[in-house]
Design a protein around this ligand. Structure first.
Ligand SMILES: [Zn+2]
Length: 372
């Protein structure tokens, strides 16, 4: 007996996705997952572009990531620009042909999630597209609940894939401003951004577009593209190899706000020592490297205490932050035409080019996969 019918049925309803076997290094592969139809209050989205970030690389290196229940593979990708192809019954505000992106995290049953803030999840049992228990966007088509979908205007189509990473710095700034309601005179003027990857650079553009004086520090001495982007926004670029964080702080007015996005712990602790009085240090990026670090603990403690300083972590982002990112990207195109697009340094042609995700050419800032 030749039982071909079921496999034909499977293949017509299936699509390719770039996946890993979570916990298993070097397991990046093409998998097949079902192609979904939108149910009530759901939107079907044809994926056009997916951005790659440090989190994807950590998942590929098996540092974390979990597959959906009962599955061996996790489709990666959480930075997406797509086009609505169909909407389910009851969906309002989205029509086929419209450009969209979607938030990443889905709630568990904790109080914060129940209150509508999965980005502030307390139990950390959330699921996350392409990261924790839910397939990501590095596939041809996804079905998403309309409440997680965010419209992207055509005029920022060329940079729409950056909305998710920008939403992360939008959340960090929004959190900083919420925290700083404690200071009646809060009017930040001077900011330091540590790191010049996608988060450091979009953080620089965000703070510059809000009128702050910004110094952005990263490891490599200029000239290079990241430094050019910093300078084009009106910020100053300084190499940590040439000047210490302490020396920069000594020549600047008090630092009201610091974004830490280097990917290692040491600059964050150096930042604690030089944060201005009443200032806030936002820790935004994951860190690697050695767990132990020698710091001037008592000096840092005294300085935080005497100066009423705050250190806060900020991770993920909300729908509100996505909307802010869309609005700011649109504004940045007026302020600095073409500048945000320079963050996209590499385009992979299709899902089948997945093996090149792990390549890191010198000067690469943001790699995107052109899916459709
Ligand atoms: Zn939660």
């Amino acid at each position: 007996m030749i039982a071909t019918a079921p496999s034909i049925t499977t293949s017509t309803g299936a699509q390719s996705g770039v996946a890993v076997h979570p916990g298993q290094a070097n397991s990046l592969h093409l998998t097949e997952i079902p192609r979904g139809e939108p149910g009530p209050d759901q939107v079907q989205i044809r994926v056009r572009q997916v951005g790659v970030c440090g989190t994807d690389r950590e998942i590929i290196h098996a540092s974390f990531g979990t597959a959906p229940p009962g599955e061996a593979s996790l489709v990666i990708g959480h930075e997406m620009l797509g086009e609505v192809t169909a909407v389910g019954a009851g969906v309002q505000g989205f029509v086929p042909g419209e450009l969209v992106t979607a938030t990443v995290r889905r709630p568990d049953g904790c109080p914060a999630c129940l209150a509508g803030q999965p980005d502030m999840c307390q139990w950390l049992q959330y699921t996350e597209r392409g990261i924790a228990g839910l397939h990501g966007f590095m596939t041809e088509s996804v079905v998403e609940d309309a409440r997680w979908v965010v419209g992207v205007p055509r005029e920022i189509e060329h940079v729409g894939v950056l909305v998710e990473p920008i939403s992360v710095v939008e959340k960090a700034l929004r959190q900083a401003n919420l925290i700083q309601h404690r200071i009646a005179s809060w009017n930040p003027r001077t900011a330091l951004v540590l790191g010049a990857g996608p988060i450091g650079l979009t953080g620089t553009l965000l703070l510059r577009s809000r009128g702050l004086d910004v110094v952005t520090m990263a490891r490599r001495p200029a000239p290079h593209l990241a430094a050019e982007i910093v300078i084009a926004s009106g910020a100053r670029y300084v190499s940590m190899q040439e000047t210490s964080i302490r020396d920069i702080a000594a020549e600047l007015p008090p630092l009201d706000l610091i974004f830490e996005a280097t990917g290692s712990a040491e600059p964050g602790f150096a930042a604690m020592e030089i944060l201005g009085n009443n200032g806030v240090l936002m820790l935004i990026s994951g860190v690697g490297g050695a767990a132990a670090l020698s710091v001037a603990a008592a000096d840092i403690y005294r300085s935080l205490l005497r100066g009423n300083k705050v250190i806060a972590g900020s991770v993920n982002s909300s729908r509100e932050d996505f909307a802010l990112a869309v609005a700011d990207l649109t504004r940045w195109e007026d302020l600095w035409p073409g500048l945000a697009a320079r963050l996209i340094t590499r385009r992979l042609a299709g899902l089948t080019d997945y093996a090149r995700i792990l390549e890191r050419p010198e000067g690469d800032i943001k790699t995107i996969v052109e899916v459709g």
